[in-house]
Design a protein around this ligand. Structure first.
Ligand SMILES: NC(=O)c1ccc[n+]([C@@H]2O[C@H](COP(=O)([O-])OP(=O)(O)OC[C@H]3O[C@@H](n4cnc5c(N)ncnc54)[C@H](O)[C@@H]3O)[C@@H](O)[C@H]2O)c1
Length: 450
């Protein structure tokens, strides 16, 4: 058993700062409000519902994650945010039309209390939105205004800790340049208000400078920038991203590892979606869709390993489409057609039709990330939190490390990190020890049985 990590107790309020008070953000705030009053179950949240096995299979203890590590309670969460359109989370929830009216009304007070400051906004990177409430000025002035908002929120709510959850619209894709790669170059780019530094990076920079952990739920350039990671590491601030893994990509990271584990080949994977919310409208702009395409496409390469298995995965066709279709609202529908190859090169097909609710899947992911990043900060973990890869389409990892995409490998990494923080043995599933002749009688042999 390893030594339990010293973790500060989660005393006082935990403030959640949200750039982008849209569908996901308002569904998240409403869900927390209803769950804390016992009006709804926080389904989909590991921090609220999942149990981890501790110890050997011969004497297991199945413990709730929230009893294993000290997490902030739902009652301690307070919310604030920034948005160029919405004034508070109630208006955002009404416009996004995710929640049925009775739940919306029950959560109304908490949603109304989640108000939005004017946003750091750039029309060139989100053309489909007509902003009404934005901060003006140079990059440095906007960063300072964001930092003032953060400090004002901290003192108005009395929050002892803060986490930033980036849930703003998808920005137009930009390849990483020097400002994303190097901290000095980022500082210089801020000095000259370089348009390569988009609002997502401004929010992240302001948060890290204020010592606030950041999760990037969007495909935008933010904490995946090496320059920002260098700042986060220097300031010992935990960061995680990017782009929440919710519907189609979650299924992809379940199915692709299964194909690879069985050494079945792949000829093609065609993924298409229809959705009709504001996220879909923003993604209707080709430059914005490109950001999403990049994060959605990265998963197969990461899992299948064409470098190791060129004969199985060296030449497959991977297409990803998203069509904005207003009648569907937030009720996304995704189709996947997967052309696979088996024994003697014989072709087969898999079809997946996932009728999901985008924000319903995303909200518990945001909750878990907020609580785990706060845990990381209290445990003294700074910089990239790779153990949170489980929640992201395009997880960030240290330079030189291949990001982990397989959902169950990510889950084991997450849960083993929690076991380690709690001073428990990690789970490693070795398979021989239970069946040696005297395994049950010999404690020394049982030691390694997992
Ligand atoms: N819904 C999901 O399942 C899901 C999954 C993965 C990732 N995401 C990402 O999460 C983000 C939010 O998704 P959503 O469905 O809530 O979208 P949404 O359009 O409902 O909400 C986005 C909000 O961000 C605001 N915004 C735009 N630019 C901003 C800026 N510069 N500063 C502050 N606010 C800004 C918009 O006004 C809007 O209210 C998107 O980037 C989306 O791609 C969503």
């Amino acid at each position: 058993m390893s030594e339990r990590t010293k973790i500060q107790a989660p005393t006082g309020k935990l403030g959640v700062l949200i750039p982008g008070l849209g569908s996901v953000a308002s569904t998240f705030v409403a869900g927390v409000a209803l769950a804390r009053r016992g009006r709804a179950l926080p389904i989909g949240s590991l921090t609220q519902l999942q149990r981890l096995r501790l110890g050997k299979r011969t004497a297991p203890r199945e413990v709730l994650i929230k009893d294993l590590v000290p997490l902030a309670g739902l009652d301690d969460l307070v919310f604030g945010g920034w948005d160029p359109v919405e004034t508070d989370a109630y208006e955002a929830a009404r416009h996004s039309d995710v929640l049925p009216p009775h739940l919306l009304e029950e959560a109304q007070d908490d949603l109304r209390a989640t108000t939005a400051w004017p946003a750091a906004f750039c029309h060139d990177v989100v053309r489909r939105i007509t902003p009404q409430r934005v901060k003006r000025g140079t990059h440095r002035e906007v960063v300072e205004a964001l930092r003032e908002d953060i400090r004002a929120f901290r003192s108005a709510t009395g929050a002892t800790r803060l986490v930033m959850a980036q849930l703003l619209s998808t920005e137009a894709h930009q390849p990483h340049g020097p400002a994303h790669e190097d901290l000095d170059a980022l500082e210089a780019a801020l000095d000259r208000s370089d348009p390569a530094v988009t609002p997502s990076l401004l929010y992240a920079y302001a948060a890290v400078q204020e010592g606030v952990p950041v999760l990037n739920g969007t495909p935008n350039a933010s904490v995946d920038a090496r320059s920002l990671q260098a700042l986060a590491a220097r300031r010992r601030v935990p960061v995680a991203g990017k782009d929440l893994k919710t519907g189609q990509t979650m299924m992809k990271t379940v199915l692709a590892p299964a194909l690879q584990a069985r050494m079945l080949g792949l000829r093609g994977w065609y993924s298409t979606n229809i959705l009709g919310n504001r996220d879909g409208e923003v993604l209707d702009e080709p430059a914005n869709f490109r950001s999403k395409e990049v994060t959605k496409r990265s998963v197969l390469e990461g899992i299948l390993r064409d470098d190791l298995y060129p004969e199985l995965y060296g030449d497959y066709c991977h297409k990803v489409r998203i069509d904005y279709y207003p009648p569907r609202g937030d009720q996304k529908e995704g189709w996947d057609n997967i052309d696979i190859v088996g024994w003697l090169g014989q072709p087969m097909q898999i079809k997946v039709n996932f009728l999901c609710r985008d924000s319903i899947l995303a909200a518990p992911v945001v909750l878990d990330l907020v609580l785990f990043l706060d845990l990381a900060a209290r445990a003294g973990l700074g910089g990239i939190q790779e153990w949170l890869s489980f929640y992201f389409k395009s997880p960030i990892a240290r330079p030189g490390l291949r990001p982990l995409h397989d959902l169950f490998a990510q889950h084991l990494k997450l849960t083993n990190t929690l076991r380690t923080l709690a001073g428990e043995e990690v789970l490693h599933h070795t398979g021989l020890d239970y069946y040696s002749d005297d395994a049950d009688d010999d404690p020394a042999r049982r030691k390694d049985a997992a």
